[in-house]
Design a protein around this ligand. Structure first.
Ligand code: PMP
Length: 304
């Protein structure tokens, strides 16, 4: 039982329960797939569902496939249209989370580069309140896999086994989320999110060469902080103790949006509450993604 009637598989909108693949497909045997998570935001006043930064997600989706040596799949236009069609078919009038995956189908082996299947699902999803009020983070004993082991800057299904181990450890130990250090011992990112700290009023985030995913929300936050707060972000190495020294720490990502962190390894960060700059960024981000603020219209794709 799901909250969506339809899914998309290989060019067709089909009933949710019919969206199936074979157990012998390379995606089932080895997890050979790449994916994107995309959010849609319902604007009640405009009676419109806006998909956030579709162009950037399609760019990264294409790059992920190239990095994993996939054959060419459907065109960019076809994929963009499929996202909209699926949301229309499900008649969503609420916030949604879309997952699109390119996967190796057929009966090939580890070296198969095709045929490339396309699966898209969309389900209603709101931001969990507990995460907005502030989360507790554990610095994981699992390291973020280095980019020369698995391409860290793409969304390849297999990368998420690294994240899964860290997340499960954190939750078993009673924390909400996990932070990863990289193999050089510097902060990389959180489970499924990038990390910002604020020290002496300065926004700081690990640079793109710290084995992070090239996050679209991270880029949006950098741009919005510059435009609305007049604050430039420094991209550099971040040490683990800086997480504790910081006035504010927050994570960001498509699914989690902007998520304040209020303790790290049980040490209270800032005042133990979401910080002022974090809250301001959450507000600004919220008005942009929903289209309540008209700025950055090119970031929003209307569904209806
Ligand atoms: N890191 C990882 C490993 C992720 O899965 C995500 C979520 N896509 C992020 C960071 C945040 O990236 P984005 O802002 O593009 O969603």
């Amino acid at each position: 039982m799901t909250a969506a009637e339809f899914a998309y598989l290989d060019g067709q909108i089909i009933p949710w329960n019919d969206a199936k693949m074979h157990v012998f497909a390379p995606v089932a045997k080895y997890g050979i797939g790449v994916f994107e998570g995309i959010r849609g935001y319902w604007n009640e006043e405009a009676q419109q569902l806006y998909l956030f930064r579709v162009a950037e997600h399609l760019d990264r989706y294409a790059f992920s496939q190239r990095a994993m040596r996939f054959d060419d799949g459907p065109s960019r236009d076809e994929l963009g249209e499929a996202l909209v069609k699926l949301c229309r078919a499900n008649e969503f009038r609420t916030n949604v989370h879309i997952r699109m995956m390119a996967f190796i189908d057929g009966f090939g082996d580890l070296g198969a580069t095709g045929p490339v299947g396309t699966a898209i699902t969309a389900l209603p999803r709101q931001t969990p309140r507990r995460l907005v009020q502030g989360t507790s983070a554990q610095i994981s004993s699992w390291l973020r896999m280095p980019d020369n082991s698995m391409p860290a800057r793409i969304k390849c299904n297999a990368n998420y086994h690294n994240a899964r181990l860290a997340m499960m450890q954190a939750q078993l130990d009673g924390y909400d989320i996990a932070f990863f250090l990289n193999s050089r011992g510097k902060l990389a990112e959180a489970f499924g999110m990038c990390v910002f700290i604020i020290r002496n009023g300065q926004l700081i985030t690990p640079s793109g060469t710290n084995d992070i995913l090239e996050s679209i929300t991270r880029q949006s936050v950098i741009e919005l902080a510059r435009e609305y707060l007049g604050a430039a972000t420094v991209e550099r190495d971040v040490d683990r103790t800086e997480l504790i020294l910081a006035e504010e720490v927050f994570c960001c990502g498509t699914g989690a949006e902007i998520m304040p962190v209020i303790s790290v390894d049980r040490i209270i960060v800032g005042g133990g509450q979401p910080g002022a700059i974090t809250q301001r960024l959450m507000e600004i981000y919220g008005t942009i993604v929903t289209g309540k603020n008209n700025a950055h219209a090119s970031w929003r794709t209307p569904v209806f």
